[in-house]
Design a binder for this molecule. Structure first.
Ligand code: ADP
Ligand code: MG
Length: 252
């Protein structure tokens, strides 16, 4: 699960991590961000139909919680857990690198209610997920920490916590790190958008909060520009750094 303060680069780094991992694994991205909509563009795919539609549309939290078993059966079809690879075509879009994108749902209409149902559905999907040995799922999360309130963290294996050169993101990292360690999950903290001038400062500020930075991704103008244009992500510098980090921390 990729998490951290809004704007730190979760979505961009999720796409880059997927690109790196796709050589070795079958990679899926679960887009659980209920507000931002550009992930398909950054990945270069058409938006898949949100999973919330598969289970009959948005419903209130109580109903979702009550129908968990029923919903799992709908998603699993065979009743033996949810396999992303067996979702009907319209709910999964594959990039040219064969990265599969699944979207939970988006808040689109003024006054339609809060995003909690999407986070609950994310939890139901991830909790009941069945993975083959060669499959990896990256979960891109929303800007807030709504997922914390909805206990999405307990359904994942590890957290990749992104910080950027802001004090706020370091403080969010402290919260997320404590959640990860209380749940007994592995986690890594990655500094993103790092420039030579701020690198020493980030390390110093992180140390004050007892935050250990496990890797750094440099500020990448190509990436910045492609995200501005809403195009498939172009990146060499950040991609290189992400590859290095994944080699280090995940021993790929
Ligand atoms: N390594 C990087 N270099 C330059 N810009 C970056 C980098 N990572 C992210 N960004 C920029 O930061 C902004 C937020 O990125 P995004 O992935 O949408 O963040 P989040 O998903 O955490 O809200 C975007 O403008 C994106 O281009
Ligand atoms: Mg995002």
């Amino acid at each position: 699960m990729v998490c951290g303060k809004g704007g730190t680069g979760k979505t961009a780094l999720t796409v880059l991590m997927a690109k790196v991992l796709t050589g070795k694994y079958r990679v899926y991205i679960v887009d659980s961000d209920e507000s931002n909509i550009l992930l398909p563009k950054l990945l270069g795919v058409n938006p898949p139909t949100p999973l919330i539609e598969y289970i009959g549309g948005k419903m209130d939290e109580e109903e979702l919680e009550r129908r968990e078993i029923d919903i799992t059966k709908i998603l699993a079809k065979t009743g033996s857990g949810v396999r992303l690879s067996s979702l009907p075509n319209e709910y999964i879009s594959y990039s040219k690198e064969n990265i599969g994108l699944i979207t939970i749902g988006k808040v689109r209409e003024y006054g339609e209610g809060c995003a909690c149902p999407f986070n609950i559905l994310t939890r139901i999907v991830l909790k009941n997920l069945v993975l083959e040995d060669d499959e990896v799922v990256l979960v891109d999360t929303d800007a807030g920490i709504e997922h914390v309130g909805r206990r999405v963290e307990e359904t994942v294996d590890c957290l990749v916590i992104i910080v950027d050169p802001t004090a706020e993101s370091l403080h969010s990292a402290v919260l997320l790190r404590d959640i990860a360690s209380n749940l007994g999950k592995r986690y890594w903290i990655i500094a993103n958008k790092v420039t030579p001038r701020v690198w020493a400062i980030i390390k110093r500020e992180a140390e004050k909060l007892k935050v250990k930075i496990d890797g750094a991704v440099r500020f990448d103008d190509d990436l910045y520009e492609s995200v501005l244009l809403g195009e498939a992500i172009k990146s060499t510098i950040a991609l290189e750094d992400v590859e290095k980090i994944l080699k280090n921390i995940m021993l790929i």
